[in-house]
Ligand binder design. Sequence first.
Ligand code: HEC
Length: 102
Amino acid sequence: MKTLTKKIFNFLVLLSTMSICSISFASEGEITDPIAHGEEAHKNHCYKCHTDDIYTRENSFVKSIDALSKQVVRCKEGSDIPWFDEDADAVVQFLNKKYYRF
Ligand code: HEC
């Protein structure tokens, strides 16, 4: 009987640990500062093919926030970068704030 109580107790401890974990995962997934998040994500993944110079080039075809967003997705998909939409959005916001200013 004693061991059963102990088992139940352990099970409850396990359950509560799991729920605490899932709560902290949920809050980690939330992007509180998109610009900072975008900057970090950009730094980690976007210097493989071009530098920041491309964002200020003379003949840039990116003329709107929409075009910028499309290009970021195109670059992301062309190189298997494992981002969620939120990450790509954050990078768009970061690039827009730093370079494009639409
Ligand atoms: C696989 C190589 C590659 C990677 C990795 C890459 N890009 Fe690009 N990117 C390009 C090329 C090539 C162009 C130029 C396309 C053209 O001129 O038609 C470009 C152009 C751009 C432009 C348009 C610049 C302008 O104003 O004319 C943006 C914005 C951009 N990339 C963002 C990103 C972002 C954000 C990332 C990270 C997710 C990224 N790129 C990663 C290849 C890449």
